[in-house]
Design a protein around this ligand. Structure first.
Ligand SMILES: [Zn+2]
Length: 139
């Protein structure tokens, strides 16, 4: 299925359910995402270290099924992003990004392998955050 990436990819693709979580399994979530979606690869200081690749989902399309009590928070720089990681295994499977205040960002590497989604990786120049935020082609 060929679809234009010019417009918001999420508006033209059917929604599917995915599940995922941290390494030890304490933190588990589910989310509704477009089957054809964009994943942002960010080069900022923290994403470069952790290899985090962002699947952005609206808050209302995400459900934390377990592990809220296991989440620890880390903030730096502007303090706007809330980096949530499992206090048992240390994995940040999702967090509150600064770029999308009404969304969670799920680490594509933390979704369950059977998830039937097709993603396109799009670079996000987090080292030049203001400029990169302005260049986002979707919400
Ligand atoms: Zn864990």
């Amino acid at each position: 299925m060929i679809k234009s990436q010019e417009h918001n990819a999420s508006s033209t693709s059917s929604l599917i359910n995915i599940t995922g979580g941290c390494h030890c399994g304490a933190v588990r979530f589910s989310a509704q995402v477009p089957q054809d979606t964009v994943v942002l690869a960010c080069n900022c200081s923290i994403c470069a270290m952790t290899g985090f690749q962002h699947l952005i989902v609206k808050h209302q399309a995400f459900n934390l099924s377990q592990g809220e009590d296991k989440l620890s928070s880390y903030r730096f720089h502007t303090q706007q992003a809330n980096h949530l990681f499992c206090s048992v295994c240390g994995i940040k499977s999702f967090y509150q990004p600064r770029s999308h205040p009404d969304c969670w960002s799920i680490n594509i590497n933390c979704i369950d392998k059977q998830a039937n989604i097709n993603w396109t990786i799009e670079p996000f120049d987090g080292q030049n955050w203001q400029q990169a935020k302005g260049g986002l082609t979707h919400d």
